[in-house]
Design a protein around this ligand. Sequence first.
Ligand code: ZN
Length: 210
Amino acid sequence: MALTVGDSDVLLVVDVQNDFCPGGNLAVPQGDEVVAPVSRIAERFGHVVLTQDWHPAGHQSFASSHPGRRAYETIEVAYGPQVLWPDHCVQGTHGAAFRSDLSIPHAQLVIRKGFRRGIDSYSALWENDRTTPTGLAGYLRERGLTRVFVAGLALDFCVRYSAEDAKRHGFDVAVIEDACRGIDVGGSMAATRESFSKLGIATIAGSAIA
Ligand SMILES: [Zn+2]
């Protein structure tokens, strides 16, 4: 089935940043493999939004902020469970920069997320406390963008939560699966697939986009 991209469609490119690619501080396996397909797919879209994980040093999601804890452990914070990560995407660092080979000069908006020290943000729409909006839903509505295609890193965290929240907000959502890579912590890939099918989030191949 070929999908024709129209003026009410938007491509949401999630966290294609140095730290999430091999050689980075929180590398997603084969994360660099999304850069070329995402850049190519973006050429089809008149509207593209990028997200950028953007943490202050000492962020609550960093294992290094919790003495005695290790990366990939889960702890309880004020808003519930939070996976602890290696320090990553610290504001203004090379790791937080977009991949230099990501070529989307026509991107219209960059949503920075996770910039509050005490709240992580996987989703491009809601931070992890589930009550702090990023403003993206309002932006999409005001722009008349109704169908959201999602690609990037990591499939089972920031792509997943962004897709779920977009769906919950009433947007049509499709995840371009071959333009994503996952990290798979504690069964998170299986949980992602289950959630997508439960919520009716389509998964498509990049080749389906005409
Ligand atoms: Zn982060």
